[in-house]
Design a protein around this ligand. Structure first.
Ligand code: GDP
Length: 314
């Protein structure tokens, strides 16, 4: 186990600090009084650029790096742009890790997602099911890149003794989410669809698939707290799941979001659109044993995310 970090003494670089995950991690680090918090906008530093990444990290010399930088997207974006999802994520993580190694970074947390697990993994999915079967085809490119990232963390530990770790969160949502219907995940897509239908007094909203796949939804602020716990007390080569521990059918999510947003019409399911994984519930035994548990209910989380959407996007 790692010894607890004294945050006020540390320089922390949050890669992807403007995104859904990075901004939540930033808020959590500010909350524990991290000494120096650093993030670069993608216009300032393109992590796909190896030289620029090495130069930035060599100059900064962070004590801790959190890799929340990735090309991410929902089921459509992932299956439409596999080249970019594979290449950009491979480049970002390799550059970040190699540059952090050159700068002697003490602690690095690499974040991925639950889609790294085999399509038919037994549920709830334990960390040990990694690489035990074929992946879900709709997000294979992203998953392959993230699996390589998990292996890179293990390799850095074995070959160079780095105390770096990786964690795999379940489906996340919260402020700063992507609400673009072409590329978003299901929860922000539902917020936008139901909101727009309510405003237009539309009688129906059409959503994708059959509504039967099951998913769990974790608020990013809960994930951010988990990241602090992991950096403080987790020091093992095996990746660790960060999930809610319970899931629901997409149909039930639709009803909850419609209710919170105030859409009272009919939900229509377009079964020509893909369902994706039938289920991906993470086993959270290991992270729960470290003392972390989520605290934000789905209804409260959707309500505050809807408020954020109204203030920033609508
Ligand atoms: P996944 O968890 O990687 O499959 O990604 P998503 O969050 O994009 O999709 C989760 C599930 O929600 C899938 O079964 C989708 O078919 C379903 N879904 C229903 N309506 C929508 C929508 O409007 N957008 C998205 N992204 N998914 C939707």
């Amino acid at each position: 186990m790692a010894s607890a970090l004294t945050w006020p003494d540390l320089t922390v670089y949050v890669a992807g600090h403007n995104g859904l995950v990075g901004s939540a991690v930033w808020r959590a680090l500010a909350g524990v009084g991290a000494g120096r918090l650093v993030g670069y906008r993608s216009a300032e530093l393109d992590l796909r650029d190896r030289e620029a990444t090495f130069a930035a990290i060599a100059e900064l010399k962070p004590d801790v790096v959190i890799d929340a930088a990735a090309k991410v997207g929902g089921i459509m974006a992932n299956s439409t742009y596999p080249v970019e999802f594979l290449r950009d994520n491979m480049l970002i993580q390799a550059n970040l890790m190699d540059a952090s190694h050159a700068a002697n970074v003490e602690r690095l947390l690499f974040l991925g997602s639950s889609c790294i697990y085999p399509r038919h993994a037994s549920q709830p999915i334990r960390e040990s099911s990694l690489m035990t079967g074929p992946l879900e085809p709709t997000n294979q490119a992203y998953a392959m890149a993230k699996i390589a990232g998990i292996f890179a963390i293990e390799a850095y530990r074995t070959q160079y003794g780095r105390r770096w770790i990786s964690a795999m969160p379940t489906n996340l949502y919260g402020p700063k989410d992507n609400f673009d219907l072409e590329s978003s995940h299901v929860l922000p897509a539902f917020i936008r669809r139901f909101h727009e239908a309510k405003v237009a007094s539309a009688p129906t909203v059409t959503v994708w698939g059959t509504g039967t796949p099951r998913r769990e939804f974790l608020h990013v602020d809960d994930l951010a707290q988990a990241c602090l716990v992991l950096l403080d007390s987790y020091d093992s080569p095996e990746t660790i799941n960060v999930g809610l521990g319970e899931d629901m059918p997409i149909r039930e999510l639709a009803e909850t979001v419609a209710d919170v947003v105030g859409f009272e019409g009919t939900i229509v399911w377009d079964t020509s659109k893909p369902d994706g994984m039938p289920r991906k519930l993470l086993d959270t035994t290991r992270i729960n044993a470290l003392g972390w548990h989520p605290t934000i209910s789905l209804r409260d989380g959707v309500a505050t995310t809807y408020q954020w959407f109204l203030a920033n996007t609508a």
